[in-house]
Design a protein around this ligand. Structure first.
Ligand code: AMP
Length: 401
């Protein structure tokens, strides 16, 4: 019998899942439950080779109830892919923040759960639902291994010279204030794939990864190890994102609080949910809408695209300097994999850095392709990310150990 791994990713009001058969890494089923804990819960479930999504609408008051319905769906005669729960051999959980405690994935025990809880302060939006998901799954499947895979782990190779902020040192000592970085599982996956596509040993590669989704971050990776990444203590730092501002003058936080009369929670909301591409364009947080508006002549949408692209170019230059070279830049996540025009804008006029895009090859979406011009010194790779597969593989390896 196969070794099935359930991968679970719990957000504040959502549950995403995939079931892998690890004998051949096939995805047997996947789904998304929205509005968990809010009236109008909806589960969209898809089986391997399933022609249409199955939609189940039934209010779920919390994550435990939600996970229970997911497991019932996975084992149901009508929509299921397994006969009973015993066919799930291990569960892999995405956990956003592991601070500096975890440089890799770990088997979950009471101590690990305590650390995830200790990180609530640093990741108030993410770690609490992550832990809720773990507890719900452990309750329903108590006799199998549960593994935590952290978004921060891959970035733990950063040196203090890259992760320290120029703030009084006591903040680091007392509160662990430093750069952590996120999307680590995605940066890790595409780095491995990039080395394979470049036909080089990972140790011999210098790669810049661009995870451009609704949240966005970049990383400079030398020989498979992260040197620097654009997100910081929280996912607010770095690039312009769908609704997050990214890098700004830190004084502006004080200014905004004073002028708009906002308390800390409100300013947090303002910078995380109302800023970025949404705030600047006034159109949407989705770059498809912004591109459409820009093409129709909306000047703020055009400006937003330019500001966005300039920040990405800024980091490409910075990371080339930090790496002292570059074999390839990698585009991944929703926008990186699909936004042809934005990829072209980012790579435009970077010939001095050895980056030259082939506009014809660049007309591609969602596939692994080298879109660089033949004489580009730096390869430009589009690589669809697969965080779930990394979680499933780590869970399988750790469970078998
Ligand atoms: P993710 O967070 O990786 O799921 O990425 C989602 C985001 O990718 C969306 O909010 C869009 O901004 C962006 N995106 C996806 N497809 C396209 C596209 N064809 N053109 C521009 N942006 C896109």
């Amino acid at each position: 019998m196969g070794f099935n791994v359930l991968v679970v990713n719990c957000g504040s009001s959502s549950i995403k899942y995939q079931v892998f058969d690890m004998t051949d890494e096939r995805v047997l089923a996947q789904g998304l439950m929205d509005r968990v804990g809010i009236p109008g819960t909806k589960l969209t479930h898809k089986r391997e080779n399933g022609t249409a999504d199955t939609i189940i609408q039934k209010d779920m008051s919390d994550h435990s109830q939600g996970i229970k319905l997911v497991l019932e769906t996975l084992t149901s005669a009508e929509h299921g892919v397994i006969k009973d729960l015993a066919e799930i051999k291990a569960v892999g959980h995405r956990v956003v923040h592991g601070a500096d405690y975890f440089a890799g994935s770990v088997l979950i025990n009471a101590e690990v759960k305590q650390v995830i809880q200790d990180c609530f302060d640093i990741a108030p939006l993410h770690n609490p639902p992550n832990l809720m998901g773990i507890e719900a799954c452990q309750y329903l499947m108590p006799d199998i291994p549960h593994v935590a895979v952290f978004d921060t782990a891959f970035h733990q190779t950063m040196e203090p010279a890259h992760y320290m902020y120029a703030l009084p040192y006591e903040l680091y000592e007392k509160y662990k204030v430093r750069r952590y970085g996120f999307h680590g599982t995605s940066h890790y996956y595409v780095t491995q794939r990039a080395a394979a596509l470049l036909n080089k040993a990972l140790e011999d590669t210098k790669i810049i990864t661009l995870h451009l989704g609704n949240g966005a971050s970049m990383a400079a990776i030398d020989g498979g190890k992260v040197i620097n990444t654009s997100m910081g203590y929280t996912p607010l730092e770095g690039l312009v994102m769908g609704t997050r501002c990214g890098d700004i003058d830190p004084y502006l936080v004080i200014f905004i609080m004073e002028k708009l009369n906002l308390n800390p929670d409100e300013v947090n909301d303002y910078l995380n949910k109302k800023s970025g591409a949404l705030g600047l364009s006034g159109v949407s947080s989705d770059f498809r809408d912004i591109t459409e508006a820009a093409e129709a002549g909306n000047q703020r949408a055009q400006l937003t695209l330019q500001v966005y692209v300039n920040r990405v170019k800024f980091y490409i230059g910075a990371y080339m300097a930090l790496l002292n070279g570059c074999d390839g830049i990698v585009f991944t996540a929703g926008l990186g994999e699909n936004a042809i025009d934005i990829r072209e804008m980012i790579c435009e006029d970077l010939g001095f850095l050895g980056i030259k895009i082939d506009k014809e090859k660049n007309k591609t979406r969602g596939k692994e392709v080298d879109v660089a011009d033949d004489d580009s010194r730096v390869r430009i790779l589009v690589i669809p990310t697969n965080e779930e597969l990394v979680i499933a593989r780590d869970t399988y390896t750790i469970s078998k150990a």
